[in-house]
Each structure stands twice: as C-alpha cells, then as structure tokens.
Ligand binder design. Structure first.
Ligand code: GZL
Ligand code: ZN
Length: 330
C-alpha cells in the first residue's frame, strides 16, 4: 500500500511538473490510490503460534504497537508449523504489503521464501528468533534476545549456588522447540558455563516444545528414570510450570528437593518464583512491538538500521520477583 502511494505521488508530481496528462487533486498532489489508501504502512506479521505465556505477551505487544504507530497490521498464527509461516509470508507477498516481519519457528529452511520477498522488493524484519541463512541480505535486521547469553546466565547462577558442592549435581533439561534458535542457544550457553566443572552432570535433556503440557509429560518421564535429580533447567517458564506439576505429583517439593531455573519471566513464572517453587528466572522480554514498528518505519524511509538489535533484559531471584510482580507488564 505504502509503496503504491509513493509511486502515485511521484507520477502525480511528474504529471504536474511537466504539465502532462494524469489528473491531480486540487492541491497538485497525486490522486489517492484505489481503496482509499493513504500513506499508511501495511505490515504482514507471521507469528509462531500461541504456545506459551511469552508468545501471548509478544503478540499483544506487536498488535498494540502497530495500532499506536498507525501501522496497518496483517497477522497470522502458524500453530508452531513452519509450512504455515511460509504460506503466510507468501500471502503477504501476494498482497504487496510494505514490510514483512516474523519470528521463525525454527532456524533453517527460510532462504527460498525470503528470496521471493526480496525479489518482490518487500523488506523483511526478523523478530525474536533468528534464521541460519548465510545470505544476510535476505532480511534488514534481527530484533531479539541473545539466547546464548540467557543460557550462560542460567549456568552462572547454578555455578554460584553449588560453589561449595563437592558431589555430583544431577541436572535434567527441558529444551525448547527442536531446531529453534532459543532451544539451540539456551542449551549451548548453559552447557558452556557448567562445562567448566565436571561435577555438573546433565543426566537427561529433551524437548518440551515450550509448552506446559509437554513440559509435564517429559518431566514425568525424567522422574521415573532418575530418582536422583537435583536441578531442572527449563528453556521457558511454561515448561517449568508443567514440570512443577510432575514434581509435586511425584511427592517432591519443587524449589527445594529439585532446584528449578527457567527463562522468560512471564507473570505465572514470576509468581511461582515468588512462591519458592522456582529458584531463578532469566528474563527474555516479549515486548518487542515498539522497537519493531520503529525499525519498520526507518527501513521504509530508507534509513539504515543496525543488523542486530539486542533486547534489554535481566534476571530474577525469589526476592526480586516479589518486588517486581506488582508492576509486571506481562
Ligand atoms: C524466546 C521465544 C520463546 C520463549 C518461549 O524469545 O522465542 O518462545 O522463550 C516461547 O516461551 O514459546
Ligand atoms: Zn539418575
């Protein structure tokens, strides 16, 4: 929409300038494009799904920010399926949106559709998760957290908590969606930090697909196979909350018998942290909407934007959660 207007304006100006044909409006501007268009930017956003509290908060941030920025948002939910996201991106290309933004559910398999967007001269902005495309011209910028850093922060807390421990520390890990950037990177960052001390043993590690249901199911299996679990590292709060149900179902006390570290810091996670059922949460902010809309306007105005915009985020102990809860935005 936005691009067509600009083209019309150009034609309009040319027409008046060289006195050629092409009717113009009274003020000499070009006639408004069909469909009563104005200079509104149209953005196509292909969301992962609605798998977690984080995702719901992220969707809300994108939708509210588009409205506040006067950007016309087309929005799709892919139910965590890559083929649905690709279909959505293709439909945005057909609709000739001005800009496409999305959070790639997994890292690989995007080059073809991103080349189609490039060929259609529609800029793409990555938000939240990254792609592994070698061709960096396929997108304008990547706005999101540093997931390796998040994994390291989780590992760092564990190293500090068990500094005086001489025996083995048996860890089970609930990974995020297989193949997703947050799962790959939170795993590697954590492993790098705890790898410094052989007492830390990851005795089981499996995907819970970022959902509560799957987190509970996999934790049930871990508990049956391992009576000796000391720590759970879950790649998001939702899987941690599902695991808490499994731990309590096994007659153990979450936060005491089994220490729990999660990532996100959504409201339900922070409540469990304040209640002592989780021991530490590494924040991953879903509030990417305002920065996304700002980046889209800059890209469409032809301004250069940084290749990478890393979101600001922190960590929470049980005490800090009690302080932060009352004013938590998500
Ligand atoms: C991280 C995001 C992850 C969250 C999960 O930025 O992609 O996906 O950590 C969400 O809660 O499902
Ligand atoms: Zn065991």
């Amino acid at each position: 929409m936005f691009k067509k207007i600009m083209a019309l304006v150009a034609v309009g100006v040319l027409a008046t300038a060289c006195g050629g044909g092409g009717e113009t409006t009274a003020d000499g501007g070009a006639p408004a494009a069909s469909g009563g268009g104005d200079s509104t930017i149209t953005m196509g956003f292909a969301q992962v799904g609605a798998e977690s509290g984080w995702r719901t908060a992220n969707t809300k941030s994108v939708q509210e920010s588009a409205k506040a920025a006067g950007i016309d948002l087309k929005f799709s939910d892919a139910q965590q399926k890559q083929e649905n996201q690709i279909k959505a991106i293709r439909s945005y290309i057909q609709q000739k949106v001005d800009v496409i933004a999305f959070s790639p559910v997994v890292e690989s398999g995007w080059d073809t559709v991103l080349q189609e967007a490039k060929a259609a001269n529609i800029p793409v902005i990555l938000t939240d998760r990254a792609v592994d495309s070698a061709d960096k011209t396929l997108y304008k910028t990547f706005l999101g957290s540093d997931f390796v850093e998040e994994g390291k922060k989780a590992g760092q807390w564990l190293v500090e908590q068990y500094a005086s421990e001489t025996g083995d520390v048996n860890i089970v890990e609930l990974q995020g969606t297989t193949g997703s950037a947050p799962a790959n990177d939170r795993k590697s960052g954590f492993a790098e930090v705890i790898g410094a001390d052989p007492k830390f043993k990851v005795i089981a590690s499996q995907s819970g697909d970022f959902t509560r249901a799957k987190g509970k199911e996999v934790m049930d299996a871990f508990l049956k196979a391992h009576p000796d679990i000391d720590v759970l590292y879950a790649h998001n709060d939702d899987m941690g909350l599902g695991a808490i149900e499994a731990i309590e179902g096994a007659g153990k006390v979450p936060g005491k018998d089994i220490k729990i570290i999660t990532v996100d810091a959504v409201k339900d996670g922070m409540q469990a942290l304040a209640d002592g059922k989780i021991n530490y949460i590494v924040e991953c902010s879903p509030l990417l909407g305002p920065q996304l809309m700002d980046l889209a306007k800059k890209v469409l105005a032809g301004e250069t934007v940084p290749d990478r915009v890393v979101t600001e985020e922190t960590t929470f102990t049980q005490e800090q959660a009690k302080q932060a809860l009352p004013t938590r935005q998500y």
